[in-house]
Structures are given as structure tokens and as C-alpha cells.
Design a protein around this ligand. Sequence first.
Ligand code: IMP
Ligand code: MG
Length: 178
Amino acid sequence: MNSNYKEKIGTVMITQEEILKRAEEIGEEITKEFQGEEVVLVGILKGAVLWMADVLKNIQLDCSIDFMACSSYGSSTKSSGVVKILKDLDASVEGKHVIIVEDIVDTGITLEYLKQNLISRNPKSVKICTLLDKPSGRKNDLQADYVGFTVEDKFIIGYGLDYDQKYRNLPYISFLDN
Ligand code: IMP
Ligand code: MG
């Protein structure tokens, strides 16, 4: 069966160069803000992996990484509002500065849930670093502390973001062109 790989990919919205530059800026901001402290980056699988690697390389602090995976049921382009933890952290975050790294904040439901869940583990602080923010989709008042780029109301793909597990490998941000 043929795969129409390129058929649904829209135009380039954000280039890799622009992403790398923002990762550098945000990495420097985190480095300044947590001077003399230790941080744990918690990447949300799978969408955050490319962005997390970029930010991580620009943090000059004692820094460890850990991962969580969660699902808001289903594979549609709309969030269902129900969050389930599929993979939990390997290590305790008690007494640590946690920075959650996510691909996109849309409704905000996933991050609101994850933030509260992590706060309940008694960390020193919890912040959110997202590659993309889609404020038009928000269903609560969740705000990320570090935002790579704000995007309009489109279904975004590329640079870790998927549609039905595809397109994560695009080295830029695009959208699903139906
Ligand atoms: P939420 O709606 O903020 O809870 O976002 C939940 C998850 O849905 C995100 O972590 C993404 O994995 C996914 N998501 C939301 N909007 C998009 C999009 O535009 N493209 C790809 N994935 C998205
Ligand atoms: Mg996803």
C-alpha cells in the first residue's frame, strides 16, 4: 500500500532554525532563573522529545531528565478531556525544581492535570515549558511559564507533534492540510 506521506502537510509555519533560536533563549532564561539550583526536566512523551533535547542542551545547571506519558483518550484531533497516566516518572521529584516540557498547550486539560499531579508530590517548584501555545483552544486558565511560539487555531504537525502518530519526524512546524 502506498503512503501519501506529503499529501496532508501544509506550508512551513516555523522553521528548525527559529525553534533552535527560541530553545537557546529559553535555556538561558532557565539557567539564570535557577542559578545555583538543580532542576528536573520532565518530558511528556512522545511529542516533547525534539523540543526537550533542544532546550536541555542550553541549560547550564545540574539538570536531570525524566519522562511521563499520558493520553487523553482516542486518536482524533480533538482532546477528550480525560487524562490517564500511561508511564510515570522513574524518580521522586520531592524537594526538586520541576520543569514540565510539553509539545503544545491546547485546551490546557493535560497540563492542568499533570501540574496538579506533580505538585502533590511535594516538589520545590513546578514550571511549564512548551514548544507551542494555542490560546484559542484553552478551556481553563492554565498558562505556561516558557513558551516557544504562539500558534493559531490549526491542527499542528511536525517537530514531535503528530497526527495519528505520524509526522513527528518533520524537522519544522506545519499543519494538517485537509
Ligand atoms: P490539551 O488539549 O492542552 O490537553 O493537549 C493535549 C495533547 O493533545 C497535547 O499534548 C498534544 O499531544 C495534543 N495536541 C493538542 N493540539 C494539538 C495539535 O494541534 N497538533 C498535535 N497535537 C495536538
Ligand atoms: Mg499527541
